[in-house]
Design a binder for this molecule. Structure first.
Ligand SMILES: [Fe+2]
Length: 280
């Protein structure tokens, strides 16, 4: 049977992708940020999954104000890197796992989650930057990916509790897939950041780190954080962190933290990164 073996959480700031693609990752500004991923890159080499269930958000690239699916699962065989205005990132196409994706889509819909099914889409930095952070710049991504795009761009976005419950349902779905597959679930986005308005540039180290503490611990208190708290404490784009609760919900009651990294600033955001294993 398939099994979720671990979880990776990371910010997906587009500037990180640009720094990698333009060969700037060794510059002094970027060094402390990338250094925090050294452990994870080695750990990933030693613990490479067959499939990554990758939770991210699209930034008005594949979707727009014309269509705003709350939860959209990708069932394609492959996904091209999107052109976000300055040409697609020079990274490989992302290979999907259609059989697993359709199985999960069926399980979730029969489990009362109203998923949107996406048979064709390009993927933006929300999905490709985390792959680059964990795998570097390979000619081909070493794992297949099932993308789950979550609307955190246009209000109303899903609640933390709904995200956590979806994570629990994803775990049940993965564990009922008959093939022996090592599956990791990744969560991307966050942490505190606001890109516009009078509070642009807002960062909140204390709140971000309390959130990481909650994810690592066995408390489910994080699922009850209201939207207004994300907005007030972490800025308008900090709401991306509700996506991390999908991953945390999928890991079960207790987790073991293998690695933790937090860095301020990256562009005008706070970078957070943790690697968790389910415990027990
Ligand atoms: Fe984002």
């Amino acid at each position: 049977m398939a099994k979720i073996s671990a979880s990776v959480y990371t910010s997906h700031v587009p500037a990180i992708g640009a720094a990698l693609d333009l060969g700037k990752s060794h510059e002094p500004y970027w060094q402390p940020l990338f250094k925090g991923y050294d452990f994870s890159k080695q750990w990933m080499k030693d613990n490479k999954p067959d499939v990554i269930f990758l939770v991210y958000n699209d930034h008005a690239t594949a979707f727009s104000l014309d269509m705003i699916p709350t939860f959209a699962i990708g069932t394609a065989d492959s996904y091209a890197p999107a052109d976000e205005g300055w040409g697609p990132r020079p990274v490989p196409d992302v290979e999907g796992h259609a059989d697993l994706a359709w199985h999960i889509a069926q399980c979730l819909i029969l489990d009362d989650f109203d998923m949107t099914i996406i048979n064709e889409m390009d993927v933006d930095h929300g999905l490709t930057v985390p792959l680059s952070m964990m795998f570097g710049q390979p000619e081909k991504w070493p794992c297949k990916v099932v993308p789950l795009a979550v609307n955190v761009v246009t209000y109303p976005v899903p609640s933390g509790n709904r995200c956590w419950a979806l994570g629990e349902a994803i775990a049940r779905a993965v564990e009922s897939f008959p093939e022996d597959l090592n599956v990791q679930i990744w969560g991307t986005g966050g942490m505190s950041h606001q890109l516009q308005g009078p509070r642009a540039g807002l960062l909140n180290r204390e709140w971000d780190n309390r959130f990481l503490d909650l994810l690592i611990g066995d408390s489910d208190a994080a699922r009850w954080i209201p939207h207004i708290e994300y907005l007030r404490e972490t800025g308008s784009e900090g709401i991306e962190m509700v996506m991390w609760l999908i991953m945390r919900g999928a890991l079960g009651k207790s987790t073991r933290c293998l690695h933790r990294h937090y860095h301020i600033p990256c562009s005008n955001t706070a970078i957070g990164h943790i690697v968790l294993e389910p415990e027990g």
